[in-house]
Every structure is written in C-alpha cells, then in structure tokens.
Design a protein around this ligand. Structure first.
Ligand SMILES: Cc1cc2nc3c(=O)[nH]c(=O)nc-3n(C[C@H](O)[C@H](O)[C@H](O)COP(=O)(O)OP(=O)(O)OC[C@H]3O[C@@H](n4cnc5c(N)ncnc54)[C@H](O)[C@@H]3O)c2cc1C
Length: 307
C-alpha cells in the first residue's frame, strides 16, 4: 500500500443506536469526535489525511434521522428533511418534485448513482464545500438547519450555518438533525442550474438556484438567487435580486442583474475552472435560470397549483 491509499484508522467507530447515544458520544469526546453519515466526503478526507478524528459516530442506523415529512407551521406548510435523507430519497419524492423542484434537480445532479444512494443532505451541508449542490436551492427556499446538542436545539438559515470554506457554526457535541424548508406559496417557480465538466458525476464549476414570484405581465414581484462554487461559500446575490424585482425579465434587466451577481462573487482559479470562466458563467446562468423560472411560473395559479 502506498501512503496515499492508507486509511488512517479512527481510534473508535461507534455505530449509534439512538440519537441520544450519538449526542452523548459526541459530547463526551468534544472536538476529536466526528459524525459520519454516507461517508462519501468524510472517507476521502480521511484517506487524504486531511482529518484524523479520534472517534467516528455513525448515524447510519438512526431511522429517526431519515425521511421527509410535511407539517403545518404558523406561516404555512413546511417540509422537514431528516439529516440522513439521501439524495436518492429526495429525487424519489413526488411531493418534493412539486413543492421544491430546484432542490430535487440539484440532488439529481450530485455525483453518480452510488453517491446519490448513500450521500445525505446533512453531510452535503456540514461538509461546507463552496460547491455543495444542495446549498443554493436550500438558500433560495429560506431553509433552516436544525442542530441538536445533548439538551438543546437551535436552528439557523443555511447560509448562516455555513460560515466559510469548509467551516460551519456547528459546535463540539452538536449534530444536524434536520433541515426545515417552507413550501413556497403563490405564483412561484424555482430552478437549479449547474456547470460541471460533465453534466453529472462532477463537482460544480458554478451553480445557481433561482426562485421567483411572478405577477401579471411577467413582472417579478420577489426573487431569490443563490450561487455556488464562485466564492468561499455559496451566497445570495442580493443586488441581482433587487434588479429583478418590479421588472419583467427583459434582456436589459437580466443584463443588469447578471452584472450585479458577478459583483457579488469572488471566484478563484482551481483545477476545475478559472476565475475568468466562472465570471463569464454567472450572467449566462442567471439569464437562463430566471427566464426558465418565469416561464414555469406562467403555468402556476395564484394558489400555487400547476395549470
Ligand atoms: C464521486 C463523488 C462525487 C460527488 N459529487 C458531488 C456533486 O456533484 N455535488 C455535491 O454537492 N457533492 C458531491 N460529492 C460530495 C458528497 O457526496 C456530498 O456532499 C454528500 O451529500 C455528503 O454526504 P455524506 O452523507 O456522504 O457525508 P459524510 O461524508 O458522511 O460527511 C461529510 C461531513 O459532514 C459531517 N456530517 C455528516 N452528517 C452530519 C450531521 N448530521 N451533523 C453534523 N455533521 C455531519 C461529517 O462529520 C463530515 O464532516 C461527491 C462525492 C463523491 C465521492
């Protein structure tokens, strides 16, 4: 075996049989302990020697942390996705395809079949890659990440949870348990676009999620734009959103919004693409995503039903 292929063994591997047990082990071992869900990111990081946790706590057996459930809140219906809900479970949900299509589209573009079968929503968020494909759609849907420690629960918007490249607000002893996503109401539509070296199986060079609410004459009355892989973490292009609101998506409006989105980005050169290429992609993705979303919204009634 070469040193590159040596899997550095963790001091202990605990297969938690309950959420309380997982939290107790994480609390006991503090920052030397690490959760493992599908392992698609973590195993690579261990193999590369980027991480050397003393204890790995597997969440794989915790049925209570997987699944998709809809519930009513004071502000309307919302979907709770358990943290170990896999990309495949997301793409297989007819309800999510209807309510949160940008999220379903993103999950369907994560890696290949194998990665989608074991990779989880919680792992995608906690890994905090600038290119994490589920994060831009979750941001445009105003998703909240639910975090538990031994005796407390807190939740925060996904872009607050991710604090930087590979950095999160997660404290030692805490776990993501779920992601809450309000279901958009009214004449709203959303989409997700991704540019990779191949369509799927490939980390994004740039990605974008767009959600719009559209009134009469295609006037955009509300807009959310979130961009991935063009900065240290996914971000909302707020000035671009402002440029869209109150307008129909004419060529001029899209161009203004595209420039504003570029100004919000801080892309870098890496082995997947150059900063220059990413800068060129942003306005193109924006124009296509907004046009697609506005066209889709034309097929939705004010009550959110598809015509
Ligand atoms: C071949 C390949 C292709 C890929 N392609 C893509 C792609 O196209 N797009 C994309 O976005 N990603 C891609 N990925 C990355 C990865 O598959 C996803 O990010 C996946 O969703 C990670 O989930 P996981 O369950 O495997 O996470 P794990 O590897 O188990 O964990 C990842 C990180 O999250 C932490 N973690 C996991 N669950 C929790 C929790 N509940 N609470 C706190 N911390 C937690 C772990 O400690 C670890 O730090 C790819 C990976 C591979 C190997």
């Amino acid at each position: 075996m070469t040193s590159a292929t040596v899997l550095r063994p963790a001091a202990a591997f605990v297969t938690a049989t309950s959420l309380d047990e997982a939290l107790a082990v994480l609390t006991e071992h503090g920052d030397v302990a690490r959760a493992i869900a599908g392992g698609t990111d973590l195993m690579l990081q261990l193999r590369r020697g980027e991480l050397a946790p003393g204890v790995l706590v597997s969440l794989g057996r915790l049925a209570e942390l997987a699944g998709i459930a809809e519930h009513e809140t004071s502000t309307g219906p919302s979907v709770r996705l358990g943290t170990t809900t896999t990309h495949r479970m997301i793409t297989g949900s007819a309800r999510l395809a209807d309510a949160l299509p940008a999220l379903v589209r993103a999950a369907g573009l994560v890696g290949g079949r194998q990665t989608q079968t074991v990779g989880t929503i919680g792992g995608n968020i906690a890994n905090a890659s600038p290119a994490a494909d589920l994060v831009p759609p979750l941001a445009v849907y105003d998703a909240q990440v639910v975090v538990r420690s031994g005796d407390a629960e807190r939740s925060m918007p996904v872009l607050e949870f991710i604090t930087g490249r590979r950095a999160t607000a997660l404290l030692p002893g805490e776990l993501i348990t779920a992601v809450d996503v309000p279901i958009p109401a009214g004449r709203t539509a959303s989409t997700f676009l991704k540019v990779g070296r191949r369509a799927a199986m490939e980390i994004s060079i740039a990605s974008m999620a767009v959600r719009v609410v559209v009134g009469d004459d295609d006037i955009i009355t509300d807009a959310r734009i979130a961009i991935g892989a063009c900065g240290p973490k996914p971000f909302r292009a707020v000035d671009a959103e402002v440029a869209l609101v109150g307008n129909a998506p004419t060529r001029e409006v899209l161009s203004t919004a595209g420039h504003a989105a570029v100004a919000a980005a801080s892309p870098i050169d890496d082995r997947r693409g150059t900063a220059r290429y990413r800068t060129q992609l942003i306005p193109r993705l924006l124009a296509r995503a907004v046009a697609d979303a506005v066209a889709q919204a034309a097929t939705v009634t004010d009550k959110g039903q598809t015509l």
